[in-house]
Design a protein around this ligand. Structure first.
Ligand code: SAM
Length: 318
């Protein structure tokens, strides 16, 4: 068991044989609790408009060079149909944070749910608890809101927003009775190993249903464009420790891992992850959804099959 800060800190620094041992424990915990199947989500990126101004994200409100878009209802419904027809049981709606997108979600969730009776997961920023409750009543099962970092000063430097408010929104998701997803970024400027230990412990405090960590990716056109990318080993070790702490959680192997390292997503699975997300955003909008980097890695169904095969995990298509 990994219980103390010192144990977490030591596992974070594991490399070579010790790291392989950590990953092996993580896979055992996953397989014992859930089997080794690889779950799939299909993501639709609804809009790149955002009222927030995060230093790492090119969708930040001060990026006037970015052409903003919001998908219309008919497109979202049709793409959700493509996800279901591909045998993918979960429609994941992700978006920049904006009032218009909030309204779109209220209209589109019941339509998707009534038509497909599928699992619907959302990641669209901070809302009040009443709004999360309306999303739940409309048919959404879960909501992902990463705390990004447990360190309030780092969070406030990186986003210009209040850490307390972010945490209170995360609590609002739970209060609304939704499944909760949260997590962090590895590699924010001035982040220490102790901060990453705190990230691991903060997630444990929330006992999330889904938990994810991504390496920081320097994104052009943002104030953090010259900051070095996050460390893959620290990212994978965080995933493995979370897996050991939360055997029953869904842990995605994020596309940012593949962006910083060939076979990075297969490495995520070997560290205990069990979700891969396929991108279904229509091409012309996908290019404007400026998450991670202009040349971000876009996950296709074919890539998911190959990654599942490399990891020896059967892909869960229904
Ligand atoms: N705006 C919403 C929010 O903040 O939750 C949802 C969309 S936002 C694009 C989704 C996630 O992308 C954020 O939680 C953040 O962790 C991640 N992200 C954005 N830019 C990133 C970067 N350059 N490197 C790593 N993660 C990034």
């Amino acid at each position: 068991m990994i219980v103390t800060r010192e144990e977490i800190k030591s596992r974070l620094q594991a490399r070579g044989g010790e790291q392989q041992e950590l990953f092996s424990h993580a896979r055992q915990a996953r397989d014992k609790a859930q089997g080794n199947r690889l779950n799939i989500r299909g993501v639709i990126e609804l809009s790149n408009s955002c009222v927030e101004n995060c230093q790492y994200c090119a969708m930040r409100r001060d990026n006037h060079a970015l052409n903003r878009y919001i998908l219309d209802e008919a497109t979202v419904l049709s793409v959700a149909g493509d996800i279901i027809n591909a045998g993918i049981p979960t429609v994941f709606l992700q978006s920049g944070e904006s009032p218009k997108c909030g309204q779109l979600l209220e209209r589109i969730i019941p339509e998707i749910y009534t038509r497909y009776h599928c699992s619907i997961i959302l990641c669209a920023g901070k809302r009040d608890a009443e709004t999360y409750a309306r999303y739940k009543d409309a048919g959404a099962e879960g909501y992902i809101l990463k705390f990004e970092t447990a360190n309030p000063a780092l969070y406030e430097d990186a986003t210009g927003a209040s850490h307390q408010e972010r945490l209170s929104c995360i609590r609002g998701i739970r209060a609304a009775g939704m499944k909760l997803g949260t997590g962090s970024i590895v590699g924010l400027p001035n982040q220490t190993l102790e901060d990453i230990v705190d990230d691991i412990l903060l997630a444990a405090h929330f006992a999330p249903d889904f938990v994810s960590v991504a390496p920081f990716i320097p994104n052009s056109g943002t104030p953090y464009e010259t900051v070095p990318k996050g460390d893959i080993d620290l990212t994978l070790n965080t995933m493995a420790i979370w897996r050991i702490l939360f055997p029953a959680a869904l842990i995605p192997t994020v596309s940012a891992l593949e962006y910083i390292h060939p076979d990075g997503q297969a490495a995520g699975l070997s560290a205990g992850a069990n979700v891969i997300t396929i991108n279904f955003t229509p091409k012309q909008s996908r290019d404007k959804y400026a998450i991670y980097a202009k040349d971000r890695f876009v996950v296709s169904l074919e890539h998911a099959h190959k990654t599942a095969e490399k990891a020896g995990m059967p892909l869960h298509v229904v």
